[in-house]
Design a protein around this ligand. Structure first.
Ligand SMILES: [Zn+2]
Length: 355
């Protein structure tokens, strides 16, 4: 929560103030183009009539990762906030230059905005932008949700990333209600890591693929936001979501990117979210004549969190992201998926299983 002389529950940023009970749509300048025009990010601040935690929701730190944009917009502009206790800071498009170019990185020197936080005044263009965002709109918050998708050419099942060794991050991660939580601090300069280090517990939500609005993921993202706001008492009427089964992938569990050892064309045999058993063929890589085919087998039993969408690889390219599932979790997953079938939700539909 931020304070001002006038009202301790007002939200203040450089050049503005949003009073309790007020909503503002802002275009905030964080840089300038080659033509000297402002580069402005869209921000919506919804300050509830009653005091409570300040929560940020951000998306498109990678400019071509779009699903989260719609989550943030719907929360900001379609939800009823009459009972809001606290403040929502909604940042649907962080990386405006990348978004305009529909590219992951800032087009200026291909810099990764999501490795530039918390930013620095008088530094590179990426760090200056990150600084403006961080100082004005992230630093005043109590918790944060940063939405991403898989990198272009791949797709993810919905999962949360956060440092589960930090009890406040763990509370937030569990409140989002995903089946899979991958525990890590995150790389230096990543928004979630730097915000967390600053004292704002923050998680990343990964869902779906780049360059798309995927309704099933947007809806699941919105459910997660509802659940988080309920956990922190920001919206009173909602309840915290239990996803049916959950696995936390920490250092004690196996997780790996399976990479291609041959160049070629990939025939993927499983979807994201599929359970595969040790030794199962996940995909095959074939040459152009189909005379040579290399099976890629699962090194352990687990879940395909992310898989390739674009079926062309060089040696070393990632084919899928796999995490270990214990026998107990597998049982819970199967029970949950059987219960929810034939609903065609990505995480609840019975996937093409190998046995
Ligand atoms: Zn991303």
């Amino acid at each position: 929560m931020t304070g001002s002389d006038a009202d301790p529950d007002a939200f203040t940023y450089n050049g503005g103030i949003v009073e309790p009970g007020e909503t503002q749509n802002i275009r905030y300048g964080i840089s300038e183009t080659y033509l000297g025009d402002p580069v402005r990010i869209p921000v919506t601040i919804v300050n509830g009539a009653e005091p409570g935690p300040t929560v940020f929701l951000s998306a498109a730190a990678h400019g071509d990762e779009l699903n989260g944009i719609e989550v943030v917009r719907e929360v900001a502009h379609e939800w009823n906030h009459d009972d809001l206790r606290g403040t929502l800071v909604c940042l649907p498009v962080l990386n405006v230059p990348g978004f305009l170019a529909q590219e992951r990185y800032l087009p200026i020197y291909d810099r990764d905005l999501n490795r530039s936080f918390p930013g620095r005044e008088g530094s590179t263009s990426a760090k200056r932008m990150a600084y403006q965002i961080f100082r004005n709109f992230l630093a005043p918050c109590d918790v944060g949700l940063d939405f991403h998708t898989s990198t272009r050419g791949r797709t993810n099942m919905l999962h949360v990333r956060g440092d589960m060794n930090n009890s406040e991050v763990a509370r937030l991660a569990k409140a989002f209600g995903s089946n899979v939580i991958i525990s890590s601090e995150g790389p230096t300069g990543a928004l979630r890591r730097e915000a967390t280090d600053y004292g704002i517990p923050t998680i990343t939500i990964e869902m779906g693929e780049a360059h798309r609005f995927q309704r099933e993921f947007i809806d699941r993202g919105l459910e997660g936001v509802e659940s988080v706001l309920s956990e922190y008492g920001v919206h009173r009427t909602k309840s915290v979501k239990w996803p049916g089964w959950r696995t936390v992938i920490d250092d004690a569990k196996e997780k790996t990117w399976i990479r291609a050892d041959a160049g070629g064309l990939v025939d993927m045999h499983h979807d994201r979210g599929s359970l595969v058993y040790e030794g199962d063929t996940i995909c095959t890589i074939t040459n152009p004549f189909k005379t040579d085919s290399e099976p890629v087998v699962a090194p352990f039993t687990g879940l395909l969190v992310g898989v390739l969408e674009n079926p062309v690889v060089y040696p070393g390219n990632p084919l899928c992201h796999m995490v270990e599932l214990s026998a107990k979790t597998r049982k819970a997953l199967k029970r949950d998926r059987a219960r929810n079938s034939p609903k065609s939700n990505d995480e609840t539909a019975p996937p093409p299983e190998s046995r």
